[in-house]
Design a protein around this ligand. Structure first.
Ligand code: NOJ
Length: 555
């Protein structure tokens, strides 16, 4: 397998709004991030993925960009960005930017021009259609509830928005749009950034004629399958690779909702000349049900094992995996798969960090930050939650109480509560009023306490990261083959990693009870323990695994 720096990296995702506020306005900012570089260096990560920091009216917290070459007022200035980039590099940390080019903000100057008249030179930068029988051009529903089409009086036509109506989709079939995007990317690369995480990049090519989507039972709208993995997506990414990416030593990861293994092998295949890796979403929807994400349903462990193992095995040697539990769109894994306890956070981290691929740590995950009891909708800020609430509760389909339980289990705001830095007011995130409520558990769960405690979740993550990046087992952890054992066991996640003459055994009790367990592989002689969340563990054939036990040995 070809060695690459981005395969050997550990990425830390920062959601700037919620990370650290340096000026007391209640919103995190670039100087706040800069003040925490020592913390990140101490954790041991070497890449930051920065969620969008560009100019934006914040309908979707920066994923609605009104100027790609300027910084959001709330976050600071371009000079602040340049300082952050420089100091991050001095700390040995690279910065990967979020590239949101499936859509812009409706306040972007391209869209302002585009909507002004049918013959404006930017008209075809977006996807405009006539209505059909006085209604939207097709049945597509937006990811944020309601129709994916917005009627615009000025020209008596509709524009497509797969997300909010303030996020009109760009028309990638127009070569001028591609020129604009590639020039903008080049400008950032020339500044010295180290890569791109590409927002919903699998959605940039729509099926010609924009045919209706499939209407799933219970849904009012058609799905967006005709916008996903579309006919020209690989052609456009190869063009992007040729014109921009291939000219720099950067890393790229594409957010690819709805991607299959076969598609992932094309997006991130070794010889495809597209992207380095993709974010796939199969494992993050295994705890959905007929209500989609709005459910308190939990994972069934064999399903999760089977799915993650499929990606491990089928991309191995052909493409590259990104490994993640959390991001700014997902609830906290320690609540979702664990039971909010620090020991469960360590166990779950072990499962992921010992796999093949590039691991991503989302801010606060390294502290075991949990989901939040928002109680009422007034405590939420996320457009997805609020639109769904208005649709589902407002439409009388579910009670507010029932829906809020689902929000507390799956809503995106769980990931967006402010970072818990210390036990002082507002968790040390801001001296002002935080834009989103702070999780009340910050007195117990916070960075200051955990950095000082060698038994904390933070210290455990630090150890996991060091094992991967800088130990005698680095190669087997990064590049080794993966083999799942004992698929049907409902409580224990067991697998092997193998490279040359080294074999690692990873054993995790993903339950809060003690389990009697027979290790499903031969153990010859003494095994070397690499890491465990319990003390004094000796590997033998018959084990009693305490609640949330995790251990990794060379056998
Ligand atoms: C995916 C991003 O991760 C999410 O936060 C955002 O709302 C949508 N794309 C739209 O940009």
């Amino acid at each position: 397998m070809e060695k690459k720096w981005w395969k050997e990296s550990v990425v830390y995702q920062i959601y700037p709004r919620s990370f650290c506020d340096s000026n007391g306005d209640g919103i995190g900012d670039l100087n706040g991030i800069r003040s925490k570089l020592d913390y990140l260096q101490n954790l041991g990560i070497n890449v930051i993925w920065l969620s969008p920091v560009y100019k934006s009216p914040n309908d979707d917290n920066g994923y609605d960009i009104s100027d790609y070459q300027d910084i959001m007022d709330d976050f600071g200035t371009m000079e602040d960005f340049d300082n952050l980039l420089k100091e991050a590099h001095e700390h040995g940390i690279k910065i990967v930017m979020d590239l949101v080019v499936n859509h812009t903000s409706d306040e972007h100057k391209w869209f302002v021009e585009s909507r002004s008249s049918k013959d404006n030179s930017k008209r075809d930068y977006y996807i405009w259609r006539e209505g059909k029988d006085g209604k939207a051009p097709n049945n597509w529903g937006s990811c944020f509830s309601g129709s994916a089409w917005q009627y615009d009086e000025a020209t008596d036509m509709y524009y497509l928005h797969c997300f909010s109506k303030k996020q009109p989709d760009l028309n990638w079939d127009n070569p001028k749009v591609r020129d604009e995007v590639f020039n903008m990317m080049t400008w950032w690369c020339d500044k010295g950034i180290d890569g791109f995480r590409m927002d919903v990049i699998s959605m940039i090519s729509k099926v010609e004629g924009l045919p209706d989507g499939y209407v799933w039972p219970g849904s009012q709208y058609g799905d967006l399958s005709n916008t996903t993995n579309g006919p020209h997506v690989h052609e456009y990414l190869q063009e992007m690779n040729k014109r921009v990416l291939s000219k720099y030593d950067i890393m790229t990861v594409g957010e690819c909702a709805g991607v299959t293994i076969e598609q992932a092998q094309r997006y991130a295949g070794n010889d495809q000349k597209e992207l380095n890796m993709v974010f796939q979403f199969e494992h993050t929807s295994l705890d959905y049900d007929e209500n989609g994400k709005w459910t308190t349903k939990r994972f069934y462990l064999p399903d999760l094992k089977e799915n993650l193992s499929k990606w491990q095995n089928e991309l191995s040697g052909k493409a590259w995996n990104s490994l993640y539990w959390d991001n700014h769109d997902q609830p906290r894994i320690v609540s979702r798969l664990g039971d909010d306890s620090p020991i469960s956070a360590k166990c779950i981290a072990t499962i992921l960090h010992m796999m093949q691929g590039t691991p991503y740590v989302y801010q606060g995950e390294e502290l075991g930050m949990t989901n939040c009891k928002f109680g009422t909708i007034e405590n939420c800020q996320d457009i997805e939650i609020i639109n769904a609430y208005n649709d589902i509760v407002g439409g009388g389909k579910r009670t507010a109480e029932d829906f809020m339980r689902a929000v507390e289990a799956k809503g995106r705001d769980n990931a967006r509560t402010p970072m818990q830095w210390n036990a002082s007011e507002n968790a040390g995130f801001t001296t002002g009023k935080p834009w989103l409520m702070v999780n009340p558990n910050y007195k117990e769960i916070n960075a200051e306490a955990e950095v000082a405690d060698s038994d904390s979740v933070f210290s455990y993550y630090k150890k996991l990261i060091k094992l991967r990046r800088d130990s005698e087992w680095s190669d087997v952890i990064v590049y080794g083959d993966y083999e799942l054992l004992d698929l049907q066991n409902e409580f224990v996640f067991t697998y092997l990693r193998k490279l040359n003459n080294k074999t690692l055994l990873v054993l995790c009790n993903v339950s809060n009870g003690e389990i009697e367990y027979q290790v499903p592989t031969d153990i010859h002689g003494d095994a070397t323990l690499l890491i465990s969340n319990y003390e004094n563990v000796k590997l033998q054939k018959d084990l009693k695994l305490p609640a949330w036990f995790s251990g990794v040995w060379e056998i």
